[in-house]
Design a protein around this ligand. Structure first.
Ligand code: ADE
Length: 360
């Protein structure tokens, strides 16, 4: 292969943007620096190790094989979906399967034009640039990216006032992989420049059990099938949460029972962590309770909910809501959020007879 290098290296270009750290429940799917280190050690490297997202894997394998046959870099890709479903992991797998390096960064780290220009100019042909939270890219960075993505050059101005000159600098044919929890917040022109756009889906219980089984072997945690099932059920369809919970359950089993993990121990440990049997944490339950008790089940606006729960809107929208919506516990209407009859039942409250059009 002419321009694709035969080595694999992951480089993480970290963000110094710690100003935007949000309040968070310790067991949510938000990624911390610790997670990054921990997950790096257990992250699958190949499609055969990567569990779940079956259809997506199949489509991506075809794109990769085709790019390899054509000896060209793979098309730019956009992955979207709730946090913790494996967007970064998947980018790493793609780089590994392509046999190329990946440079990992996130949009808040690309504040100044020179940040994005520096990274683009450091890329080699065929390499992958992964930009997390790509919806947070500022306008200037986006405009530098457009010609880089489309025609592989960047336009730079040099000199001052009358003496400015426009320099057109070529960049090697790279692949941009963007990840976002909010595909709708991406500007149209940026979205249109991705050749491959995919949504990552929540994992089934069976898939999460497979993820946990793999993790337990890598971390030398002894756990039986009931234990795997108990943790998987309470991981709200999210491998990052499952991988976090198994370690807390391991601690509980060791300290309280000096034993391996079984179903009963896992359930006890998760009860202690206040994760209920469908994976809801106290914030989720308080959200449902708030809408039911203070707003007659809704609709109520997201800002009101966030203020009442002392959480920020972004945490509610990006972390709590996706799973509550997927589980059918809340409904999104143009006038705000409503609790569904299932949401009422989950809290042991008889749902009122729903009248009128839910989507009004
Ligand atoms: N760990 C986290 N996500 C995973 C996945 N999709 N497959 C295997 N292990 C994982």
């Amino acid at each position: 292969m002419a321009h694709i290098q035969d080595y694999k290296q992951i480089m993480i270009i970290s963000s110094d943007d710690n100003k935007n750290v949000e309040s968070s429940n310790q067991l949510e799917a938000k990624e911390t620096d610790f997670d990054k280190t921990f997950e790096c050690s257990i992250r699958p490297k190949t499609f055969s190790d990567y569990i779940g997202q079956t259809e997506l894997k199949e489509t991506l394998s075809i794109s990769i094989e085709s790019a390899k046959k054509r000896e060209q870099s793979i098309d730019h890709m956009l992955f979207y979906g709730p946090p913790g479903l494996g967007k970064t992991t998947l980018a790493g797998v793609i780089a590994n399967e392509m046999g190329v390096n990946i440079k990992i960064t996130s949009a808040p780290a690309l504040e100044r034009p020179r940040d994005i220009i520096g990274i683009l100019m450091s890329l080699k042909a065929g390499e992958i640039l992964f930009i997390d939270e790509i919806h947070r890219l500022n306008k200037v960075a986006e405009e530098i990216l457009y010609p880089a993505m489309e025609d592989f050059f960047i336009d730079m101005m040099t000199g001052k006032s009358q003496a400015t000159k426009n320099l057109r600098i070529p960049v090697p044919k790279f692949t941009l992989i963007g990840a976002t929890t909010k595909a709708g917040s991406l500007s149209g022109p940026l979205r249109d420049r991705f050749g491959i756009i995919h949504r990552l889906e929540f994992y089934t219980i069976k898939e999460l059990m497979d993820v946990l089984s793999r993790t337990s072997k890598l971390l030398d945690i002894k756990i039986d099938k009931d234990g795997l099932n108990a943790i998987a059920r309470r991981s709200r369809g999210t491998p990052r949460i499952a991988n976090r919970l198994i370690k807390r359950v391991r601690d509980y089993a060791l300290v309280r029972y000096n034993s391996d993990i079984n179903g009963q121990i896992a359930n006890e440990a998760l009860d202690l962590l206040k994760i209920d049997n469908v994976g809801l944490n106290p914030t989720d339950r308080n959200l449902l309770k708030l809408i039911i008790e203070k707003y007659d089940g809704g609709p109520v606006g997201i800002e009101t909910i966030a203020a009442a729960l002392c959480e920020d809107v972004k945490t509610i929208e990006d972390v709590c809501e996706p799973y509550l919506l997927q589980a059918g516990l809340i409904l999104r209407t143009p006038r705000g959020r409503k609790v569904s009859p299932e949401g009422y039942r989950l809290l042991g409250i008889t749902p009122p007879i729903m009248q009128g059009n839910l989507f009004e």
